[in-house]
Design a protein around this ligand. Structure first.
Ligand code: HEM
Length: 123
């Protein structure tokens, strides 16, 4: 273990805390008039569950293994633009700040989210 082992968001907030952050983030995204057209006609409960699951497993350092659909497949034909992707990152950071997630952890999460960007945009 490195000398300064930093807690993952999952370790810091636990199951309930993470789900509070994810729900807050999700509400911001689907209420944003710039973004909500992507979600028309989607099964929101299913989406919420998968995105939550994905974030907990990969992005937020939780204990589970992601078993949902491949990211590039899930976003195929959505034609998500670069600036809409940035907007989603902005919402995520707002939620993380609201729940007082420390800067070091926010930076790690943002780096992770940016790393998977090629799987999500312009598909
Ligand atoms: C930022 C990182 C992102 C992650 C980790 C992520 C994660 C996921 C996952 C795991 C799914 C599969 C859910 C399922 O099939 O039930 C999904 C689907 C979807 N995502 Fe994302 N997503 C991201 C960014 C975005 C962005 C930027 C948008 C649009 C602005 C978006 C819109 C959608 C939509 C509309 C679906 C449903 C596709 C369908 O069911 O046909 N996602 N996302």
């Amino acid at each position: 273990m490195p000398p300064h082992h930093e807690l993952s968001l999952y370790e810091l907030l636990g199951d309930e805390g993470v789900s509070a952050v994810v729900n807050d983030f999700y509400d911001r995204v689907i209420q944003d008039p710039r973004l909500n057209h992507y979600f028309q006609g989607m099964d929101m409960n299913r989406l919420r569950q998968h995105q939550m699951h994905f974030l907990v497993t990969y992005a937020l350092g939780g204990p589970e293994i992601y078993k949902g659909p491949k990211l590039s497949l899930a976003h195929r034909n959505l034609h998500i633009t670069d600036s809409d992707y940035e907007q989603v990152i902005r919402h995520l950071n707002r939620s993380l700040i609201r729940f007082e997630v420390p800067l070091e952890i926010r930076i790690k999460i943002e780096a992770f989210i940016r790393g998977i960007k090629p799987h999500i945009i312009n598909k």
